[in-house]
Design a protein around this ligand. Structure first.
Ligand code: SF4
Length: 325
């Protein structure tokens, strides 16, 4: 396997092992590979959303992500509003957002004089607290653009804390290259041992941030992200993490596949966690065509985290719907 591909596979296995460890050790919502940018493009390896005061109110709405534009619209929980007056975007987009928000139970709509009016089924709650961004670099000998990524995260301050997670021995030289605000964890994916080498600082998430868009050219290109834009981006990432979780991979249709208790795609033939999207299929020497193992990822997530797959409010709505059928 080429070195770059090997590194991606190693990072994938490390990331899943870390997510499985964090899921059982802390009551939080975890997401993988989520955008933590305002204007640019930054994909954070793992995002940990710590529950806030109204977490239960959020779990009661829907197990899925609530669309950001629905939350940011002028649709409130009181009087229903004519939909065209409540959105500051293209009508086609607004219609799609309304459809989705109704589907997930955040909006309800009614018809008056051939017009559609919408309202929130409940006020959007203040459900999350600290947002931690975790950048995984199992092998610090192959840092890639780690330094720029971490500098960008600190300057933007969209997440409350940034942590670098590695399997490598961390030397003084490594520490000096990592911005001082960034925490450092040493994590062993085989044993699940995690050692906090340096605590992460709280970043100023309530203020405007500076987003580094390009640091590769002769001059650095930056853009200011307003406090409001950061607040919206934080909510967007929290919603995506809540809806998607971290088991966002498919298990392969290979009889060798033997997922572990946490649902990690372990392959006994290779003797390790594999990355199904790139390692599995007829080209693999151990491939035995069969059915993909049936693992209920939602049930696993519900057992191991505060995410609620079937909230009571949703059930009430569904049974209410049934009575009209
Ligand atoms: S395709 Fe290969 S790597 Fe994937 S589960 Fe089967 S034997 Fe293992």
């Amino acid at each position: 396997m080429p070195e770059a591909e090997q590194s991606i596979v190693q990072e994938f296995a490390f990331e899943l092992a870390l997510c499985a460890h964090l899921e059982t050790s802390e009551q939080a919502v975890l997401g993988r590979q989520l955008g933590t940018q305002v204007h640019g493009r930054r994909v954070m390896d793992v995002v940990r959303i710590e529950p806030g005061p109204a977490f239960d109110e959020r779990t009661a709405i829907t197990p899925e992500s609530i669309p950001s534009l629905a939350i940011e619209s002028d649709v409130g929980p009181g009087t229903a509003r004519y939909w065209k007056d409540a959105f500051d975007c293209h009508p086609d987009t607004a219609e799609q957002v309304i459809e989705r928000a109704v589907d997930v139970g955040f909006f309800e709509r009614e018809r008056r004089n051939s017009r559609t009016y919408v309202r929130q089924t409940t006020r959007y709650p203040d459900w999350f607290d600290t947002v931690v961004g975790i950048e995984n670099k199992p092998d610090l000998g192959r840092p890639g653009d780690l330094e720029t990524q971490l500098l960008t995260d600190v300057a933007l301050s969209l997440v409350d804390k940034i942590v670098l997670a590695t399997e490598s021995y961390v030397t003084g030289a490594h520490r000096n290259r990592i911005p001082p605000e960034v925490g450092i964890w040493r994590f062993d994916p085989e044993t699940g041992d995690r050692e906090i080498l340096r605590e992460a600082d709280q970043l100023p998430v309530d203020e405007a941030g500076i987003e580094i868009l390009d640091r590769s050219s002769a001059r650095t290109e930056i853009r200011v992200a307003s406090a409001g834009a950061i607040e919206r981006a934080r909510r967007r990432v929290a919603e995506r993490a809540y809806g998607k979780g971290w088991r966002t991979y498919d298990l392969p249709d290979c009889e060798q596949m033997a997922p572990d208790d946490a649902g990690l795609p372990y392959c006994p033939w290779k003797g390790e966690t594999v990355r199904p999207a790139t390692e599995c299929g007829p080209d693999c020497g151990g491939y035995c065509s069969g059915d993909a193992p049936s693992v209920d990822f939602d049930a696993l997530r519900a057992q191991r985290s505060p995410w609620e797959p079937d909230p009571a409010g949703r059930k009430r709505r569904q049974s209410g719907l049934d009575s009209f059928l």
